[in-house]
Ligand binder design. Structure first.
Ligand SMILES: *Cc1c(COP(=O)(O)O)cnc(C)c1O
Length: 420
């Protein structure tokens, strides 16, 4: 049996329906992955938005290898280790001043689930009952029950809808709807029953890289401060320079109480989630009363190999070359989107930082279930390009080591695709 046949026999893939072609990949190097047949693919979507510095980056690989011979893992309840302490210190330094403490876990959904539980217990520990969360319509926060509840209804989570708790969905802000959004938002906050406001800062990834106003989002965080409501930024996608700055919240003048990270933390090598919080949040749990303890943890929390990978990835961000690459990608993406914006086959084209997306004008609404993307996906795959679409939205979110000419090749093929 071939790898593909055995895969079909034994493996159930995520987000993959019957008949979906599965491509066996046997090797990765830089911005490329290689098929079993030797075919080279440009990883234009950073392997589900996680890869930062390229596949099998030798520096990160060596740091992980060295760590496996030093300490691979130790229980994080009651123990600590140098890689975790180093990583937490660095993250606290890099994140906004407001952030003081790092809580580790294993993936993006869980990082958000933890933020949600912290927000609920923050109020519980102070004897206050607050039952409501606010989020943006079209936000995506993950696939566990809490994070699903905080996600736009009707798409990914329809079978589970009656098990999800109620959330107030508010439109994403732009200069046209500013007054409307702010006035509805403020009237919700005045109810005194809102535990927290969770949002994808500036870029809504799974919704198709939709972009909203940093200035108005800052105003909304300011209102939350005024009415004493906790704010949670889900930076699982946007962290680590995807938006051109280290974190998306670096574009905001007001900063959130909690920041969730995952996809890019380890450079795309190991699984890790981070829930970073302000002193104010931590203080509400730091008590002699055992009932006030945050009773949440996972077996692999604070894994030493993942922490070593994350520290290595942060080292690479300090390199001048990485910073130059990020600036170059931001410019390339912006130039391309400007050049193609008015194409008659497009409904929209947008970019923010290193992220770019084009929305193909096709029958039906722009959403995950629009089938246009499948044809496009296959077409690009044949040409050695991986750009996994979300419905009819094609997304380019490359690793920072991608070569200028490889990104240009993707743009050129997009133009060919749109012509035919
Ligand atoms: C991917 C993503 C998540 C979920 O992270 P997983 O690691 O896939 O569980 C949550 N929020 C945002 C904004 C994401 O892009």
């Amino acid at each position: 049996m071939s790898l593909k046949e055995k895969d079909l026999k034994y493996i159930w893939h995520p987000f993959t329906h019957k008949g979906t072609e599965i491509v066996p990949i046997v090797r990765g190097e830089g911005a490329y992955v290689y098929g079993e047949d030797g075919k080279q693919y440009i990883d234009g979507f950073s392997s589900w938005w996680v890869n930062m510095h390229g596949h099998c980056h030798p520096y990160i690989a060596q740091k992980i290898a060295a760590q496996t011979l030093e300490l691979e893992h130790v229980a994080f309840g009651g123990f600590t280790h140098p890689q975790a302490v180093k990583l937490a210190e660095r993250l606290v330094d890099l994140l906004p001043d407001k952030i003081d403490k790092i809580f580790f876990s294993d993936n993006g959904s869980t990082a958000n689930e933890i933020a949600l539980k912290m927000a609920i217990q923050y109020w519980f520990n102070q004897g206050e009952e607050r039952n409501k969360f606010i989020t943006f319509s079209n936000d995506y926060h993950g696939d566990t029950f809490g994070s699903m509840s905080l996600t736009a209804r009707g798409g990914f989570n329809e079978p589970f809808e009656r098990f999800l708790f109620d959330v107030e969905f508010i439109d994403t802000p732009n200069p046209e709807n500013r007054l409307e959004v702010l006035s509805r938002f403020e009237s919700l906050l005045k109810g005194n029953d809102v535990a927290g406001f969770i949002f994808e800062p500036i870029v809504q990834g799974a919704a198709g890289m939709l972009i909203h106003s940093p200035e108005i989002l800052s105003e909304m965080i300011g209102l939350c401060e005024k009415y004493d409501v906790l704010t949670i930024a889900d930076e699982v996608l946007t962290g680590f320079y995807r938006t051109g700055k280290f974190f998306s919240v670096d574009h905001l003048s007001n900063k959130p109480d909690i920041i969730c990270l995952s996809k890019g933390v380890t450079g795309g090598f190991m699984t890790m989630g981070v829930t970073a919080v302000s002193e104010k949040i931590f203080k509400a749990f730091d008590s002699e009363n055992k009932k006030h303890t945050f009773l949440h943890g996972h077996s692999y929390t604070g894994n030493a190999l993942a922490c070593a990978a994350a520290n290595a990835s942060l080292d690479l961000f300090e390199k001048e070359k990485t910073q130059q690459n990020i600036k170059r990608i931001v410019k390339q993406q912006s130039d391309f989107i400007n050049s193609i914006k008015n194409h008659p086959k497009l409904r929209d084209a947008r970019n923010f930082g290193t992220i770019a997306a084009i929305e193909i004008d096709t029958e039906g609404e722009s959403n995950y279930f629009n089938s246009k993307g499948n044809d496009a996906y296959k077409w690009f795959l044949e040409r050695g390009i991986i750009i996994r679409p979300l419905g009819n939205v094609l997304i380019m979110i490359p690793p920072y080591c991608i070569k200028e000419q490889d990104l240009e090749y993707i743009y050129g093929e997009i133009e060919v695709f749109l012509e035919q």
